[in-house]
Design a protein around this ligand. Structure first.
Ligand SMILES: Cc1cc2nc3c(=O)[nH]c(=O)nc-3n(C[C@H](O)[C@H](O)[C@H](O)COP(=O)(O)OP(=O)(O)OC[C@H]3O[C@@H](n4cnc5c(N)ncnc54)[C@H](O)[C@@H]3O)c2cc1C
Ligand code: SF4
Ligand code: SF4
Length: 439
């Protein structure tokens, strides 16, 4: 970047990395204030983790009904350029005067010509596990990650497509598309944008339960991660919401939900796991009223004024709450055709419950791409690996680099409400930053 560029071309535009609720909400606020927003999302769809949930605590509102209008507003706002299936590769410059390089991966389907009819999926001869559905469902090489995905335009996976990976000639999807929307000669693009400020809203992930082999994840089909369970319960998920055990038609009669999985390893309480574990108990009761549910917990973390009410409601619903000083040290083993969960009871002695299904409520951990985004953006991570914010300014969304802000679970585990509040705060700070530097 030349000296002239730095002094001559101050920009009022904003780059947002990550199109979950935090990124979308910040983008909409800035767009309504007249800023041009580049919203970059690595996946082919926007919405983040919340669209994996059928319903969200504490009010159990339908997540799709909550998020879809936000997604639509984002996609229709003329001030927001949404770049899905894209990655930021470089951010140079300084507050008010950054230049970012964005790689937009080829989608192989025209965003303008496709009407989202889905006629191209069936003819595709390639079937594989759908990672977005936590590998519980299948997809084709041309696919949308889930029913209701927005934008509702498929993407072709070039590693799996027989034509694109050179295994054999194939144009079955293109032949079936009446709108000529499939572009097998599509190419990746590199885009350079001038921006004045950046918001990082890349979200978080959940603890990899296979790191605690005693819990049986990956060994027993009846053991589930939290997002696997969210997709199992979801009516647009791989079983259309039917609660059956993986690789079988069996409906679980007894379900153990183990809280705090990975808490000791990560070294903090994730604040949302108790609430989503209680939500799961409520979900199960709503579909399987006769099921026996055991929530094996240590502390019950209810950090919001509305959460106690939800907890009380779940307690009344015949869910057995079992205190264990260290639930994540439980041991899951085969027990006939079901499973046995051995845990340490309140008296310090070993106890056990039998279960057909075990849900491992994992800690919220930094997104695996967080450190590469931090390197690209020149930011510090905190000691846990989340983006460091407000080091010298309590409650702040400022990062270690002026003009770059953080929002949502990229900064640490949070519920939806706190993520959105932080996004609004980051949008406000961007306005101040741009106002100051452009004066
Ligand atoms: C199992 C589970 C259930 C939950 N249920 C509830 C609930 O019922 N109610 C509630 O209030 N909260 C719930 N939460 C918390 C809720 O999921 C978060 O508050 C919310 O997702 C945070 O939104 P976000 O936008 O910060 O991050 P995310 O939703 O994670 O979105 C981040 C986005 O950034 C994208 N991204 C990541 N890296 C990059 C990159 N390098 N470049 C571009 N894009 C990138 C991701 O693909 C994603 O789309 C739950 C959490 C878990 C783990
Ligand atoms: S690419 Fe064509 S067939 Fe496939 S969803 Fe779009 S319009 Fe329909
Ligand atoms: S060209 Fe690729 S994506 Fe299209 S049908 Fe063939 S294998 Fe599937």
């Amino acid at each position: 970047m030349t000296e002239d560029y730095i002094t001559m071309n101050r920009s009022d535009n904003v780059l947002i990395i990550g199109a979950g609720l935090a990124g979308m909400k910040a983008g909409l606020l800035l767009a309504h204030a007249g800023k041009k927003v580049y919203l970059v999302e690595s996946l082919p769809l926007i919405g983040g983790k919340v669209i994996k949930n059928e319903e969200s605590f504490p009010n159990l509102e339908c997540s799709t009904c909550m998020v879809a209008p936000v997604q639509q507003d984002v996609l229709q706002n003329p001030n927001i350029e949404t770049l899905t299936h894209s990655a930021v590769e470089k951010i140079e410059g300084e507050a008010g005067n950054f230049r970012a390089v964005i790689k937009k991966s080829a989608r192989y389907v025209s965003m303008t010509d496709c009407i989202g009819c889905g006629m191209c999926f069936d003819p595709c001869p390639v079937s594989l596990k759908n990672a977005w559905e936590e590998d519980l469902g299948e997809r084709k090489a041309i696919y949308v990650p889930c029913a209701g995905a927005l934008p509702n335009v498929p993407v072709i996976d070039p590693d799996q497509c027989l034509q694109l990976n050179g295994q054999q000639e194939c144009s079955a999807c293109a032949d079936s598309c009446m709108f000529g929307a499939i572009k097998l000669d599509d190419k990746d693009e590199t885009i350079e944008v001038d921006i004045g400020a950046v918001i990082i809203s890349t979200g978080a992930e959940t603890f990899d339960a296979s790191k605690l082999p005693e819990l049986g994840y990956g060994k027993y089909p009846g053991v589930y991660t939290p997002f696997e369970f969210e997709r199992l319960f979801a009516s647009n998920g791989p079983t259309l919401g039917e609660l059956t055990i993986r690789d079988s038609e069996k409906t679980p009669g007894k379900i153990a939900i183990i809280h705090c999985v990975g808490r000791q390893q990560v070294g903090y309480c994730s604040s949302v796991c108790c609430m989503y574990s209680l939500k799961f108990a409520h979900f199960i009761k709503s579909k399987l009223p006769d099921a026996e549910i055991f929530n094996i917990h240590s502390d019950i973390c209810l950090p919001d004024k509305n959460y106690q009410k939800f907890f009380n409601k779940v307690k009344e619903s015949d869910t057995t709450l079992i205190y264990s000083p260290s639930p994540e040290e439980s041991k899951v083993s085969q027990n006939g055709s079901g499973l046995k969960v051995v845990y340490t009871g309140a008296d310090g002695k070993e106890q056990h419950v039998e279960a057909d299904m075990v849900i491992l409520s994992g800690a919220v951990i930094p997104h695996p791409e967080g450190s590469s985004v931090a390197t690209i953006a020149g930011l510090n991570l905190d000691s846990y690996g989340f983006f460091e914010a407000g080091k010298d300014d309590i409650g702040s969304v400022h990062t270690s680099r002026e003009g770059v802000f953080v929002a949502g679970s990229a900064e640490g585990p949070k519920d939806i409400q706190s993520s959105v509040i932080q996004a609004e705060s980051a949008a406000g700070q961007v306005m101040i930053c741009l106002g100051e530097v452009n004066r």
